[in-house]
Design a protein around this ligand. Sequence first.
Ligand code: PMP
Length: 305
Amino acid sequence: MDAAKYIWMNGEFKAWNEAQTHVLSHTIHYGNGVIEGTKAYKTADGYAIFRLNDHTKRLKESAKMTLINIPYTVEEMNEAQIELIKRNEFTGDNVYLRPFAFLGYGVMGVYHKDAPVETVMAAWEWGAYLGEEGLKSGIKLKIASMTRPANTSNMGKAKATANYLNSQMAKYEAIDCGYDEALLLDDQGYVAEASGASFFMVKDGVIITPPNDNSLVSITQKTVIEIAQDMGYEVIHRRISREEVYIADEAFLTGTAAEITPVRNIDARIIGEGSRGPITEQIQSTYFDIVFGRNEKYKHYLTYI
Ligand code: PMP
């Protein structure tokens, strides 16, 4: 990864290499932590963070779900992220922000009530999550052998560190099998989400995306629904079965890091023409116009630094 200059940790800016924790920190052992993934883009008027407040609010909500008491308000954390972008003096087009909270050193054993909460905001320059080529030509997706954990034993709506064990296993398997990314079904066999992104498909001109019954409530998914509807497309939020995925006309993944990544192949089935589909391309180019501040209508989603 590309190091930056400063990391905000518990209210202070620290030099990148000095933002550290003890090896016996609670989260390293028992996995209860919460993260966000937010992005800042270099617009013609300087850096702007996309949907900053929505991301920070989701961090607070994830923490509430997992019983971590973050001692900062959403406003304080927003300010910290704005200042972080300023102080790091980035130069590239893409800056990824990783606000997070974890349980620190001092308590062992699963019961975590007395473990200290550490709050951190980090940022660094990070390009296309699924590669520049993937954005243009599409990626290969494999339906993972593991499902998303059932709602009876998991909190999929929390952006919780622990949920990424499932994501990691699925992604590793997909790449090891020659694919680029994993698509996870829920325990009922319907599409949940990719290992770090949401799923969309197009059939007969209609855009379909699964409900968030067993997935993160994705901010990019909401944005894409809004822009697609504004373009006049019908967007349906409903369950999707494996067979439907295979015969989609187009498919794409969405996420803060994944942005709008076309899917060209799912489990050896060619999707559409096996390249970026026309509706995908239209949504992708609109999305980039929005995040780079080139679309007046959605400027309210940008926090300029
Ligand atoms: N699902 C998972 C599991 C993710 O990690 C992400 C990335 N945060 C998403 C969906 C997409 O969420 P968002 O659009 O809010 O980045």
